[in-house]
Design a protein around this ligand. Structure first.
Ligand code: ASP
Ligand code: MG
Length: 416
């Protein structure tokens, strides 16, 4: 029997009622071999980030937010009828980790603290699922998902991870266990906890699906499936029932938030279908992303990214932007981990659009000796796949287009 992998994100486990619903979904599918990946409860990750930032800024408010976070977790324990001391050790250790945090090694401290969100949620959920008599085995993702030490954006070491999963997961599934583990977090060789980037639980589930050669992977969400635009930005967004891996990787790369962009590759490589469906409405089977050979008629797929900065980098002496210059610029961007959402070059300048990013200023210091740098902030980057003139007109109405790039299938516009 091939296993199925389920991923439950923050919204699906935001309170006791939601966790009970997750329990009934797992019960319903428990005749199959199941691996369940969970992220932190509700908005816990955001709160942990806030606490870390307050602590680093020496603002004593961090203790108050931490105790509120603790209280909300304890309330859930109580509402689920679980042992109320279950999380005591975690909160004790978490406070110690926050005490140690400072600005110097921000990324490292981030991973040692923010990762607790998933440890807490998985502890609660495994205890609850056991209570309703499901044969749950909780595995610590830090021991399975092997990564390098690139804190906050760690790279998964696939071969080691694959071996761990074979050793740890296969036999449990064969014994009829349902395996539960944390998304988003991993472990480095040196024993440190690492994280895979915000919203990284989808990626964890995809890595596990790949390593176990799953029959399919399901992301349970608070929306009915993948839509052609973010329904929070566009009221008449519609569900797309079938999507190719290609279309999905393009959409997520351009910034569609519905799935983490790294999720597609591990699944596509082994042809594992990905289902995105609602945890509230089980009647609806959502969106299936797979290697479809049938031509699909897509509606325009729209991704609107806010908080964009347009950077123009010009030579100071009117010499052409050469490959050597570009090499220098790209090295600095790579060193400061700044991703370019769009790029274009002219005779003496190179322009790119990036997410508003605090790190980048330090990078600019390195470039300013050689180049003049202009920055235009608070812009939008609009990407439309399968565009037509009407939709471009509709979405750019009243806005100034600062930069435009068009291919046969995709148009990207930087708007003010
Ligand atoms: N809890 C983490 C986050 O909110 C990971 C995830 O949700 O996928 O970013
Ligand atoms: Mg989350």
């Amino acid at each position: 029997m091939q296993a199925q992998v389920f991923k439950f994100g923050g919204a699906s486990i935001k309170d006791a009622k939601a966790i009970k619903n997750v329990g009934s979904i797992i019960q319903k599918f428990s005749a199959n071999q199941l691996i369940v990946v969970v992220s932190a409860l509700g908005k816990t990750t955001n709160l942990l980030e806030q606490i870390l930032h307050a602590k680093i800024a020496d603002n004593s408010i961090w203790k108050r937010i931490l105790s509120e976070l603790k209280q909300s977790h304890y309330n859930i324990l109580e509402q689920l009828g679980l042992d109320e001391t279950l999380l005591d050790n975690y909160f004790y250790d978490l406070e110690k980790q926050f005490e140690k945090a400072d600005k110097e090694q921000y990324d490292f401290h981030y991973d040692q603290t923010v990762s607790y969100g998933e440890m807490l949620s998985s502890t609660i959920i495994s205890a609850y699922l056991m209570k309703i008599n499901l044969p749950i085995e909780l595995l610590d993702a830090r021991k399975i998902i092997n990564t390098d030490e690139h804190y906050r954006d760690a790279n998964v070491q696939l071969h080691l991870t694959q071996k761990n999963i074979h050793d740890a997961v296969k036999s449990l599934l064969n014994k009829g266990k349902i395996v539960l583990t944390q998304g988003f977090i991993g472990g480095a060789k040196n024993g440190d906890t690492t994280t895979l980037g915000r919203e990284g639980s989808d990626y964890t589930a995809a890595i596990i699906s790949h390593c176990i050669y799953a029959a399919n992977m399901t992301i349970w969400k608070d929306v009915e499936g993948v839509m052609n635009a973010d329904p929070k930005q566009f009221a008449n967004a519609q569900i797309i029932k079938q999507l190719s891996y290609y279309e999905a990787i393009e959409m997520t790369y351009f910034g569609a938030k519905v799935i983490h962009p790294k999720t597609i590759k591990p699944l596509q490589n082994l042809n594992i279908p990905l289902v995105v469906r609602s945890f509230e409405n089980l009647e609806n089977c959502g969106t299936t992303i797979s290697s479809t050979h049938l031509p699909i008629e897509y509606p325009p797929l729209i991704v609107l990214k806010e908080n964009q900065s347009l950077i123009s980098i010009q030579t100071r002496d009117f010499s052409f932007i050469s490959e050597k210059h570009l090499q220098h610029i790209f090295t600095v961007f790579a060193d400061f981990r700044v991703h370019q959402n769009l790029m274009q070059n002219g005779a003496i300048s190179f322009s790119c659009c990036i997410d508003k990013n605090d790190r980048v200023e330090d990078g600019f210091i390195k470039l300013r000796k050689e180049f003049k740098i202009l920055v235009n902030e608070n812009l939008q980057l609009l990407t439309i796949r399968h565009y037509n003139d009407a939709i471009i007109q509709q979405l750019t109405k009243g806005k100034t287009i600062l930069l435009e790039q068009k291919s046969r299938n995709t148009i990207q516009l930087v708007l003010q």
